[in-house]
Design a protein around this ligand. Structure first.
Ligand code: Z5A
Length: 210
């Protein structure tokens, strides 16, 4: 059996990850590719419990290292319980955020050392990485503005603009160093963004089967 592909969708808050994940999965399914959709932090029973802690605004003074450890604990379980088994069965896995978010938020945003993050990544994931990553890029103020219309702010969303500017810069910096990452501007209307995503998927042999 051919192994599936592992796709991740990344970006700062409000770039349209959720909206575009649906579009990607729909296109994969129309191409008869078995697809598993998931998210981080979360994706398993254990990971969703960790997500609750991480997003809870009542958690007032979580140390950045504790935050990092929780994220990688959830991720290790997610890879073990959901992602690798699905890939082994030949399914494609599309994940809303993965390790790039940790470099961007905990490295860029919280300013933890990138070496520390790399060390925890190596310890918990043993070199496991996405095959393809889509980075949706958008001006931070516009992203926060879009997200402001969707529900109450969580622990991360309560951070200031400087925090999100560092997150965005780190995403872009890492994308520039990696051949697996494609950057698409999330500024145009959704249909135009999705036309670019179609081009991205076509590079993997996924065509518009409508
Ligand atoms: N986090 C972390 O710190 N470290 C890690 O390692 C990981 C995560 C994995 C939860 O993530 C938090 O965890 C996250 C970082 C942290 N917090 N923050 N910030 P999440 O992915 O669950 O939450 P999120 O990033 O806040 O997602 P979101 O607010 O749901 O945003 P989105 O999914 O990217 O956007 P959306 O809901 O699809 O779209 C937002 C709105 O914009 C919506 O009304 C859309 O209709 C609209 N939209 C979308 N596209 C367009 C275009 N092109 N034009 C106009 N309007 C648009």
């Amino acid at each position: 059996m051919t192994k599936g592909k592992f796709l991740t969708v990344e970006g700062v808050e409000g770039v349209g990850k959720s909206s575009n994940m649906d579009f990607i999965c729909d296109l994969l399914e129309r191409n008869h590719i078995p697809t598993v959709t998931t998210r981080e932090p979360g994706g398993t029973f254990c990971g969703e419990r960790i997500r609750e802690i991480l997003l809870d605004k009542r958690v007032l003074d979580l140390s950045p290292v504790a935050e990092l450890s929780l994220l990688f604990a959830a991720r290790a379980q997610h890879v073990y319980e959901v992602i690798k088994p699905a890939l082994d069965k030949g399914s494609w896995v599309v994940c809303d955020r993965f390790t790039d978010s940790t470099y961007a938020y905990q490295g860029g945003g919280r300013q933890l050392s990138m070496q520390l993050i790399a060390a925890v990544e190596a310890l918990t994931l043993d070199g496991f990485r996405p095959d393809y990553t889509l980075l949706l890029d958008l001006d931070v103020a516009e992203g926060l503005n879009r997200a402001a219309n969707v529900g109450e702010k969580d622990r991360f969303e309560s951070e200031n603009v400087a925090f999100f500017d560092r997150v965005r810069s780190t995403f872009l910096e890492r994308a520039g160093q990696s051949t697996r990452t494609t950057v698409i501007s999330a500024a145009p209307p959704l249909q135009e963004v999705q036309a670019q995503i179609r081009v991205w998927l076509a590079t993997m042999g996924v065509n518009d089967a409508s």
